[in-house]
Design a protein around this ligand. Structure first.
Ligand SMILES: CC(C)(COP(=O)(O)OP(=O)(O)OC[C@H]1O[C@@H](n2cnc3c(N)ncnc32)[C@H](O)[C@@H]1OP(=O)(O)O)[C@@H](O)C(=O)NCCC(=O)NCCS
Length: 392
């Protein structure tokens, strides 16, 4: 056996085979072969979710059925509502997402034989249920703790995930179609990205033959950090600190001088640019023009200047999270809901990978290079001989 190689952060390590997505292969970003630009322009999130989970784009009839299937799953159980009411209103919304997945796993566990398509709550149904329930659970918790209202989470039977989300968030029956479509496109762009950290987390959990809900809980915890999904929230907090483009330029130069990481820029796999970024930037610009206030135009101008400065100074490009944060802000989504929206979208990708991993499973179990005390010089110390020591 050849000597195992070491790559800090698993940079460049191939950890498996996958037929779901191309990232950094030189072919552009594709979901099951379909280019993401085409999907973002012509499809809805439901088409993409169906593509990822079921392996093919639905035809018109299948799409209508799939939209109704997800809509049917939006009613929260009594148990789910009780838990959401008990959780503190001060929780981070990502805690709500992780807890919602856990509650589903406890009250509606995955079937013993998840591959059996005929059985209820097989792995596909778990995926669909999670995609359907995340937005309603989050917004039930939000409206309950913010306004004291117990909202009905089912909207129309033909409402898409984006429509349902915006309707519940803004408590309106007639949301702005541009905002709904902007959210819908963002869900498409966030839906899948190969072995990103959260997906890999889900795969590791799956590889132990755990259940879908546990794998999704792992993924949510992994997505939360600002180097991954939490970057959209962190990016908006940074952008919104600057009142003008000039102030943004000065602030950014200062951050770079201090060698700070600027959220919403860079990527582990992409080296020349994130193909999702121009699509979401167009939506940010379009919404700023539709809103057409000095505030909205200035916010977009600040973001644009930051993009120019990072390219000029560091040859660094915006990733999806940067302009997605502006899009979400323009859609009145609270800043700490940005990463939860990412959860709703990426659940389709996570569950596709969970299903794929199960088809040809091998336990994920890497090894480390040991750097601890020399065992030959570390004799056992009986408890009454141990000195008082602080942590390592
Ligand atoms: C995504 C990310 C974690 C990738 O990390 P990585 O692959 O380990 O980064 P790289 O190896 O490409 O970094 C190369 C250099 O660029 C710097 N760099 C990378 N991203 C940077 C950023 N966003 N701002 C400033 N400097 C950055 C690194 O500090 C490193 O500098 P060094 O060589 O002086 O140590 C990183 O770019 C980052 O933290 N970005 C901000 C968070 C974010 O937007 N995450 C969402 C990703 S979709």
């Amino acid at each position: 056996m050849s000597k195992p190689s070491y790559s800090k952060g698993l940079v460049g390590v191939i950890a498996g085979e996958s037929a779901i997505c191309t990232v950094g292969t030189g072919q552009g970003l594709n979901y099951r072969g379909y280019n993401v630009n085409d999907l973002a322009e012509h499809s809805t999130f439901e088409e993409v979710s169906h593509l990822l989970l079921y392996g093919h784009l639905p035809n018109k009839r299948q799409l209508e059925q799939y939209i109704r299937r997800l809509a049917n799953f939006r009613q929260l159980s009594t148990a789910m509502r009780a838990v959401l009411e008990q959780l503190p209103g001060s929780s981070h919304p990502m805690d709500i997402m992780r807890t919602a997945a856990s509650v589903m796993g406890s009250f509606e566990p995955e079937d013993e034989n998840p591959n059996n398509e005929k059985q209820r709550n097989n792995q596909w149904e778990c995926g669909d249920r999670l995609i359907a329930i995340f937005g309603p659970a989050l917004l039930y918790w939000y409206q309950y703790h913010k306004n004291g209202t117990k909202i009905e989470t089912r909207t129309g039977p033909n409402d898409t995930v984006a429509q349902n989300f915006v309707k519940l968030l803004l408590q309106t029956d007639n949301p702005d179609p541009n905002m709904v479509r902007a959210v819908d496109v963002s869900l498409i762009l966030y839906a899948e990205h190969d072995f990103a950290a959260s997906t890999f987390g889900a795969i590791v959990t799956t590889s132990t033959l755990s259940d879908v809900y546990s794998s999704v809980c792992t993924a949510i915890g992994t997505l939360r950090g600002p180097l991954h999904g939490g970057a959209n929230e962190a990016a908006y907090r940074l952008i919104s600190q600057f009142k003008t483009p000039d102030e943004a330029e000065q602030g950014l130069l200062k951050l770079l001088k201090e060698k700070k990481i600027v959220m919403g820029f860079g990527h582990r796999v992409y080296r020349k640019g994130d193909p999702r970024s121009p699509i979401v930037r167009d939506w940010a610009r379009k919404l700023s023009e539709i809103i057409n206030t000095p505030y909205a135009k200035n916010l977009y101008a600040v973001a644009e200047r930051m993009e120019q400065v990072m390219m000029r100074e560091k040859k660094m490009f915006t990733n999806l999270d940067f302009y997605a944060s502006i899009v979400y802000h323009f859609c009145h989504i609270p800043t700490d809901f940005f990463t939860p929206v990412f959860v709703i979208a990426r659940t389709s990708g996570w569950v596709s990978h969970i299903i794929e991993q199960r088809q040809d499973n091998k336990l994920m179990r890497p090894i480390s290079i040991y750097t601890g005390p020399d065992p030959a010089k570390t004799p056992y110390v009986p408890i009454d001989k141990r000195l008082e020591r602080s942590k390592l």
